[in-house]
Ligand binder design. Structure first.
Ligand code: SF4
Length: 227
């Protein structure tokens, strides 16, 4: 499997742990605000497994966790093998996923190959395809979240507050999600690279940080663990 990128140190990507972040290529979604478009289009320098293993061996003394991100990691058949390899070095593993593959997340959890999962929830169910790409539905993300809640595995759900998500949409999402242990709202940043067809969406205004903070008390009625 190609490794499309590596961030050697991160204090923010794995709650409570110093971690490195591995990026896997390609994605089954097409979010207009994607910041990793070079991973979707093949514009990256692959890192060999030999180099990754040398890095993991050397850094065991100062990093505790490995975040496996993308792109979308769960579309890769060799993901279990990669995670087994990382676990064999003794690292904790966090998986970042768009939630499209609940069965794969279940399989990885049952094999004890993941210790923490971050799942995206991109838009109200009825409007998912406007944000994640045509034909994409949010039911799989809800199924992934439902599984994680029942599994007891630590996890969080993340929403990028993109243009088109106003107060009404944020409230809809907070209501249609089950009560989450941690719900992270990320402020929108315009991507540098995006397809022409997304020009209008990318350039539209999104809620500002202060507007999101002002919304928090209302959202907390449904999602008390909002960050
Ligand atoms: S799910 Fe993530 S990687 Fe895939 S297109 Fe959306 S933002 Fe990009």
């Amino acid at each position: 499997m190609d490794i499309a990128g590596l961030v050697k140190n991160s204090f923010v990507d794995y709650p409570g742990k110093i971690a490195c972040v591995i990026f896997l290529p390609s994605c089954n979604y097409d979010c207009f605000y994607c910041h990793n478009r070079q991973l979707l289009q093949g514009g990256y320098e692959p890192l060999s497994m030999t180099s990754l293993n040398a890095f993991l061996r050397k850094r065991k003394v100062d990093i505790e966790g490995v975040v496996v991100s993308g792109g979308e990691p769960t579309i890769h058949n060799a993901l279990s093998e990669l995670l087994t390899n990382i676990k064999n070095f003794g690292y904790s593993v966090k998986l970042d996923t768009n939630g499209s593959n609940p069965e794969k997340v279940k399989e990885l959890a049952e094999k004890a190959l993941v210790d923490y999962v971050a799942v995206d929830y991109k838009a109200p169910l009825a409007r998912y395809s406007e944000f994640a790409g045509s034909k994409i539905k949010g039911e799989n993300a809800l199924a992934t979240i439902g599984y994680l809640l029942s599994s007891g595995l630590p996890f969080e759900v993340r929403t990028t507050v993109a243009p088109g998500l106003g107060e009404r949409e944020m409230m809809e999402m907070a209501k249609e999600l089950p009560k989450l242990p941690r719900y992270v709202l990320n402020r929108y940043r315009k991507p540098e690279i995006y397809p022409d067809k997304y020009e209008n969406q990318v350039q539209s205004p999104a809620l500002t940080e202060s507007e999101i903070i002002a919304l928090k008390p209302k959202l907390k009625q449904f999602q008390p663990n909002i960050v």
